[in-house]
Design a protein around this ligand. Structure first.
Ligand code: 26W
Length: 807
């Protein structure tokens, strides 16, 4: 037990005292929100005690430190996981129970910071938890968005977006650190001058924005580590003067204020789709510049100007290319502020920065118009030009005359800045996020670079923190497992494998099933609370929860449900295991087809609701506003996990791991981490279907296939497709789904039609196996038992061994 865990009595006293002091009420009169504030701040006190000590030790720490840069950290709520990590959850629960309060009601008052879109942001949050739990010195760095990802509502069968004002009631978990405020400059023009034969550069007439850090403590599990998630907030340097700026005609000063006010307003909702938006570029530079300035300042505090030590003492991991400007920014700091020469600076930078790629979707690869970068960041642009010049010289030596290849690998080409090329060329490690993804990076996406610098490339399979995704979100399963194999797995998740023999233990399987049943009930409570709906608890729960994307193929799932519906309606003797199909997904507001897929799913749901007979076997629920909190209720309740991406497209997936850990079986393609999941559990404990990545890749390069053949050969598909456009689904707007129909028929780039037959057969096997309760539960237990390697503790250890070398 760590020294700071509070006993039940002191927790009780603290809560009563805080409710009184903060809200001027007795506990009996306090609202759930007021009680939440008191409980959260009790837990915070406990973390603060440790944070103070941790910071004290930091001051004399001479080892290596990690800066993990990411535009997204999708942390989810903090209270429950903090209580778990402090080993205080049991005491909190009992304290609240003594006070006559249901902990679940209090905990759900916490707003969720929606500071991420999906996988990339959630991964960063899992990493923070593992880093702290493994006692590794790390700081997460990001933007403190005022508005997180939009809140989704479903109105009249369509997605509607609403602002997410997550800071409305304040944020208990953050502390401002104004002492570490940095200045970030935009615009202006570069001037050069000579001193002692050296050319120096200075940017004049810039707009300055202050970056003020807000720190969130990240407590490790049952240890004394408290790391920091630093969220930078933009402030105007002339807040006090703003009043007179416009009237005195000082428009530049007014601009500065506007810029500061707008930078951290909102998180961009595009996921896997890069648009060259100016404000986004500004956001990226804002937080990378602030972070690197801080990192260098802290380095100097520790080691003075011995910059040759920098790569030994600091490592900067960039989460996809979004913080890639860290590369020219560190060059700028070392040269313009610290006086190093180019060669020296570049040697340091190239040993300090490592890059993780998270997607091979070509539309997600970031490119900025050169003119935009030149206007907003003139000195950074100069550095990029020189970097590019030197890089192209090197490429020319390697591939003399091969202009196409060189242009393809260059940082600057065709009037654009290619962020991925910058990151690959200038970092000391490039990693993919699953075995298959790592191979695709080497063989396809970055093949030319791989040939030139193979030693840089590696892969590290993603992971999830089992503390949030099992211990906290599935408390009953946690207890059951611990009763069976003890609690060693809390710190060594791979010890979950000791559960394997229990797969053959009938009594254990029945307990496992009871837990699942309880979680299905809890899911319904959430569903009712969030959207006033309930579904049958004795149906099979099947879920596909992830961002809405064509490549993730929610459409394949929907089409299959549609076919099932027709089978039921056409054949009075047709039966199947009754199933609830759960969907949860946000579509980027400008992504027309993704939004259409939501409409299709909701229309199907409505059609099924209208038929009492169909409802006996099918339900479709779309969980509104998918977020971490919703996931925490869905994962434990799910029995079948849908992982349907077109092979070769999903870099890893991490939802697949969360479902598996909570005892769901997977139906999926051999894509991303599904490949490794199938290796862990064995082909007999997973439902694999569809084309392999190689086949799909080859077919794509050939220019696709003709889906018309499938249409002509498969009467069930034909029928469903016709109903998509004949008014069966949306009588009020019969042509609404036209574009989906059209793509399936004539432009099926994600091979929905091609994989349909194989998917449908796999679903048939699911249906058979589910009826054999012993068989199904046995497989479910094996899935949980084998999920330990997908804990992010393993992932972080691998990063440390292969890339960071922190401890
Ligand atoms: C600039 C627009 C944009 C925004 C976000 C482009 C790309 C992204 C992310 C890289 C998309 C993303 O979240 N990728 C997901 O990363 C997860 C963590 O590694 C993987 O598990 C998912 O497979 C991958 O889609």
């Amino acid at each position: 037990m760590p020294t700071t865990s509070f006993d039940k009595e002191s927790i009780k006293q603290s809560i009563i005292g805080k409710v009184q002091r903060y809200s001027g009420r007795t506990l009996a009169d306090a609202t759930d929100q007021q009680i939440y504030q008191a409980v959260a701040s009790t837990i915070r006190d406990q973390i603060m005690q440790k944070w103070v000590t941790a910071r004290e030790q930091d001051k004399t720490y001479m080892g290596k430190r990690l800066y993990y840069l990411s535009v997204e950290f999708l942390t989810g709520r903090s209270l429950h996981c903090n209580a778990v990590n402090l080993c205080s959850m049991e005491n909190v629960r009992e304290a609240l129970m003594d006070l006559g309060i249901n902990w679940r009601h209090v905990f759900r008052e916490e707003p969720e910071p929606g500071l991420g879109n999906g996988g990339l942001g959630r991964l960063a949050a899992c990493f923070m938890d593992s880093l702290a739990s493994l006692g590794m010195p790390a700081m997460g760095c990001t933007i403190r968005y005022e508005y997180g990802l939009f809140r989704q509502r479903l109105v009249d069968g369509q997605q509607v977006e609403m602002p997410d004002n997550w800071l409305e009631n304040g944020n208990v978990w953050e502390v401002a650190a104004p002492d570490d405020t940095m200045e970030v400059r935009f615009g202006g023009h570069v001037e050069s001058y000579e001193i002692g034969g050296r050319t120096n550069y200075e940017v004049r007439d810039t707009h300055t924005v202050l970056a003020v850090p807000y720190d969130m403590p990240i407590a490790g599990y049952d240890n004394d580590t408290v790391n920091t998630l630093r969220m930078w907030r933009a402030r105007s340097p002339r807040e006090e003067l703003n009043f007179g700026a416009f009237s005195s005609g000082d428009y530049d000063k007014a601009l500065e204020r506007d810029l500061a006010n707008i930078i951290c307003k909102v998180l961009y909702p595009e996921d896997n789709h890069a648009e060259g938006k100016r404000l986004r570029l500004i956001q990226h530079y804002f937080f990378t510049s602030a972070t690197l300035q801080y990192a260098v300042k802290d380095f100097k505090r520790r080691f003075g100007t011995r910059f040759n030590l920098l790569p030994e003492k600091i490592t900067v991991q960039i989460n996809d290319t979004h913080p890639g400007l860290a590369i020219p920014e560190l060059m700028r700091i070392l040269m313009d502020q610290e006086g190093l020469g180019w060669d020296e600076a570049q040697a340091i930078v190239c040993k300090t920065i490592a890059y993780t790629n998270h997607t091979v979707m070509s539309e997600a690869l970031e490119k900025w118009p050169q003119q935009m970068v030149r206007d907003q960041l003139p000195r950074i642009y100069m550095i990029l030009e020189e970097m590019n010049r030197r890089l192209c010289d090197r490429l020319w030596n390697a591939y003399p005359g091969d202009w196409d290849r060189i242009a393809h690998m260059a940082i600057l080409a065709y009037d654009q800045v290619h962020m991925a090329n910058l990151c690959v060329a200038m970092s000391y490690a490039v990693n993919g996020v699953s075995k298959l993804h790592g191979e695709i990076l080497k063989n396809t996406t970055f093949h030319d670079y791989y040939t030139l610098m193979p030693e840089k490339f590696t892969y590290i399979t993603n992971g999830i923190t089992h503390r949030r995704w099992l211990m906290a979100c599935n408390t009953h399963l946690r207890k059951l497992i611990t009763e069976a194999i003890g609690d060693k797995w809390y710190k060594e998740p791979q010890a979950l494998e000791e559960l394997l023999p229990f797969a053959d233990d009938k009594a254990f399987r029945e307990q496992f099933q009871k837990v699942k049943q309880f979680n299905k009930h809890q899911f319904n409570n959430m569903l009712f609370q969030r959207q006033g709906m309930r579904v049958e608890e004795d149906y099979m729960y099947d879920a596909q929860c992830k961002r809405l994307h064509e490549y993730k193929r929610q459409l394949l799932n929907a089409l299959h449900i549609h076919v099932l519906y027709n089978r039921i309606m056409d054949n009075p003797n047709y039966t199947m295991v009754p199933r609830v199909f759960i969907f949860a997904a946000k579509a980027s507001p400008g992504y027309y087809k993704a939004k259409l897929i939501i409409r299709y799913i909701l229309a199907l749901a409505k059609l099924i609701e209208k038929s009492p007979r169909a409802r006996q076997m099918l339900r479709v629920v779309f969980v509104e506003n998918y977020d971490v909190t919703a996931a925490e209720a869905i994962m434990p309740a799910t029995e079948l996990s849908e992982q349907l991406s077109t092979a070769g497209k999903e870099a890893s997936g991490t939802g697949n791991m969360k479902f598996m850990m909570n005892g769901a079986l997977t139906i999926g393609t051999l894509d991303g981490a599904n490949v490794e999941i199938s290796e862990q559990v064995g082909m007999e404990n997973i439902y694999i279907f569809g084309m392999r990545a190689e086949t799909a890749g080859a077919l794509e390069r050939e220019g696709g296939y003709n889906p018309m053949n499938v249409f002509e050969q498969n009467a069930e598909i034909r029928r469903a497709l016709m109903q998509m456009i004949d008014g069966t689904l949306m009588p009020e707007s019969p042509t609404a789904l036209q574009a989906l129909y059209h793509d399936l028929m004539f432009d099926d780039r994600y091979f929905v039609m091609k994989d349909f037959g194989s998917y449908s057969m796999a679903q048939h096997r699911v249906n058979e196996d589910y009826q054999n309760r012993d068989k199904w539960l046995r497989m479910a237990v094996i899935n949980t038992a084998k999920s330990g390697v997908f804990a992010s503790d393993r992932t972080i250890r691998e990063y440390n061994e292969k890339i960071w070398h922190l401890i």
